[in-house]
Design a protein around this ligand. Structure first.
Ligand code: SAM
Length: 246
């Protein structure tokens, strides 16, 4: 049975889209997409030999070699422009996702949807999207086996940058004013929705940042003091957001 995380990602693919799944590991997502009749064809990209072999085996075992092509290579280098309508990149850090997309910008022509699941560093991914003219269309958050995951879905926008930036315009949500930084870090739709999982994620973050801040206590180094001030400011801001949740 496919994980809830990968099922949720699959649910963001529009029926009929040709998908490229980058960093596919065992090609579980491609196999599911084709078996469910969502994607007519999928390209599974893998840079490492072990996972690449695992993907090849998995696709063969599923009898789907005609529809799923496993390609070995770094990031979007495995793709030709125009080969995919949607790209999924899941289960890695946000900065790695951003560097894969940045190195392969010319491969994104013709791609109409990005479905990204960073394990950490969601902020960097949202920043990339807004800067490159991708409209963040949906955000999902879910918990599975004690871990919390965010899935960001973006579409191509013909709209100008300012229009796209509106998502992150400082504003008040349920009486709490939010900075662009907060919106980028926590997610405009996720804040609006304010789910229990979202609240849990950020309560844990407050806990974690508080701990780091306390470890810096007592240090006379200017750098430590500065860092502690920043952490405390961030904690205060996150707490504000949590306070405004429905
Ligand atoms: N996408 C799957 C998922 O979400 O379950 C697998 C996630 S796995 C933790 C990350 C995979 O990305 C690994 O198999 C790794 O080899 C692959 N990977 C890391 N950097 C990559 C890159 N630059 N290009 C292609 N694959 C990469």
């Amino acid at each position: 049975n496919l994980s809830k995380r990968l099922q949720t990602i699959a649910g963001q693919v529009l029926p009929g889209q040709r998908v490229a799944d980058i960093g596919s590991d065992h090609a579980l997502l491609p196999v599911y997409l084709v078996q469910k009749g969502v994607a007519p064809a999928v390209i599974a990209g893998e840079v490492n030999q072990g996972p690449y072999q695992a993907a090849v085996q998995q696709v063969k075992a599923a009898g789907l070699s005609a529809r799923i092509e496993v390609r070995k290579g770094n990031g979007l280098a495995v793709l030709e422009p125009g080969e995919a309508d949607a790209i999924t990149i899941a289960g890695m850090g946000g900065s790695l996702i951003v560097s894969i997309l940045t190195e392969g910008l010319n491969k994104l022509e013709g791609v109409s949807r990005l479905i990204l699941q960073p394990n950490v560093g969601e902020e960097a991914v949202r920043r990339f999207l807004v800067e490159q003219g991708w409209k963040l269309e949906a955000e999902q958050i879910l918990e599975e086996d004690g871990k919390i995951y965010e899935i960001l879905t973006a579409g191509r926008t013909p709209v100008p940058l300012e229009e796209n930036e509106k998502l992150y315009k400082p504003r008040s949500v349920r009486g709490v004013s939010l900075s662009a930084e907060r919106l980028l870090a926590m997610g405009p739709y996720l804040i609006e929705e304010g789910s229990a999982v979202f609240e849990r994620k950020w309560l844990m973050e407050v806990e974690k940042l508080g701990k780091i801040s306390r470890q810096l206590e007592g240090s006379e180094l200017d750098a430590s003091r500065l860092k502690r001030d920043l952490l405390q400011k961030e904690v205060a801001e996150i707490k504000e957001v949590i306070r405004c949740l429905p």
